[in-house]
Design a protein around this ligand. Structure first.
Ligand code: ARG
Length: 431
């Protein structure tokens, strides 16, 4: 196999069209928002490209047929739409949940996880259409450009990536003017000071007043969760059943995972659960402040961790935490399509064989607390744990165990006591 050396996509101010050649095809990941809508005529005008859009449904609350129509109205020659909710849940959320993936300990990686999936669809359409280029609407300041670019590299190194928003020097106002000049409808939501991203695993909000990290996020930034103070004054319990680390039912109702997640977002969100205010460290070196709403992710990760605590031994739990931290970081860093992820997946997969059972979570005024857990393979054994009758633990064995376990410490302490550790003599400054 020959490896093509990485060529920097020239800040493509020049057209991609060679004289007398047909228009190069560019497959654009299209959300229907301002940036990607402006990108369609911009790619056609600046690069002489034929733009084919692809919109991937990862559970964001948009009317996909409207998005498709908008792509066509903006100049896309073809507009693909893919319902990838099940795929997102089963192939991306499941591995992240089994790894309890939380970036910097708090962020369930909702936006980050959807990027490689969207990237995979972008690449699939590019192959189908015989396109040599893919494009996305990310700016040069964020993590998402890294994720799209690296997903493309990892799946189809022959494709070149164009990121219009990394190249054009338009302000938001310029973009709105450009859109109007090209007869692209500019929606009222564009006037919002916030930038948001939504999918099944959560909602991300940044910009506006959130750029001052010393200020508490105003209520208006939240879209999925009720203010904890206004949440119902009666707690609600949800029982989640897991099979090999995968949620299979909520309160006894079995459903495809993406439906269980959507339902939990509503139930837990109504109790104000899942608000996260994260001062985060971006891949590109910038610190940023992002607010997340991830009700289902917060509940499911807490429940999954509680079940693992019941069924996995101490050393495995301990080692897995190291893997989890690395796993979360690689998702954040855009390294989904890499051998490291495949190798860590193999480890996590083995750890999940006995993660079977049920966990009950109490939702109350912004908190999700574990109320109970049970498993047919619980390592918690009443006959060992009890302080009452029926104790089978051989407590007389403890003394010998502690003697051997503490031998290094005992020896160390004894040697130091009989021969005090010599201190290095300090020279007398007076000579
Ligand atoms: N900072 C988050 C991440 O890197 C979310 C980025 C998208 N957020 C947004 N508000 N548009 O995963």
């Amino acid at each position: 196999m020959t490896v093509t050396p990485y060529k920097c996509v020239s800040p493509v101010t020049s057209s991609l069209v060679k004289r007398n050649a047909s228009r190069p095809k560019v497959v654009l990941a299209y959300s229907g928002g301002l940036d990607t809508s402006v990108a369609i005529p911009w790619l056609a005008e600046t690069k002489g490209a034929e733009v084919i859009s692809v919109t991937v449904d990862v559970g964001q609350p948009v009317d996909l047929e409207k998005v498709r129509a908008k792509a066509r109205a903006s100049g896309a020659t073809k507009a693909y739409v893919a319902d990838a909710r099940r795929e997102f849940a089963e192939e991306f959320i499941v591995p992240a949940l089994r790894a309890n993936a939380l970036y910097e300990g708090v962020y369930p990686l909702s936006t980050a996880l959807a990027r490689p999936l969207i990237g995979r669809h972008m690449v699939a359409v590019a192959r189908k259409e015989g396109a040599g280029f893919v494009a996305h609407g990310c700016t040069g300041k964020g993590n998402d450009q890294v994720r799209f670019d690296l997903s493309t590299t990892g799946l189809a190194p022959e494709l070149r990536v164009i990121a219009p928003a990394r190249e054009w020097e338009m302000t938001r106002e310029d973009e709105i003017a450009y859109a109007r000049a090209h007869r692209i409808p500019v929606e009222a939501t564009t006037a919002s000071p916030y930038s948001t991203d939504e999918n099944l695993w959560g909602r991300s909000v940044e910009c506006g007043v959130l750029e001052d990290p010393s200020i508490e996020p105003p209520e208006e930034v939240y879209g999925w969760t009720c203010a904890p103070a206004d949440a119902p004054s009666k707690p609600e319990y949800v029982t989640i059943a897991f099979d090999r680390g995968i949620p299979v039912s909520v309160n006894g109702r079995r459903a495809p995972l993406h439906e269980l997640i959507a339902g939990l977002n509503r139930t837990a969100g109504a109790h104000g659960v899942g608000r996260i205010d994260h001062l985060e460290s971006r891949v590109v070196g910038i610190k940023s402040r992002e607010v997340y709403e991830c009700p289902a992710a917060v509940v499911l990760i807490a429940a999954h961790q509680a079940l693992e605590a019941l069924v996995l031994p101490r050393d495995l739990l301990d080692f897995k935490r190291t893997v989890e931290q690395r796993y979360a970081q690689l998702i954040y860093d855009g390294l989904w399509f890499t051998p490291l992820r495949a190798a860590l997946d193999a480890f996590v997969e083995v750890t999940q064989e006995r993660v079977v059972g049920e966990v009950t979570v109490k939702l109350f005024k912004g908190s999700a607390k574990i109320a109970g857990r049970r498993s047919p393979v619980a390592l918690y054994q009443p006959a060992l744990a009890t302080y009452s009758g029926g104790d089978e633990y051989r407590r007389q064995m403890a003394e010998g165990f502690i003697y051997v376990w503490g031998l290094p410490a005992r020896t160390w302490a004894a040697v130091g006591a009989s021969a005090p550790v010599p201190t290095v003599a300090t020279p007398d400054p007076s000579g």
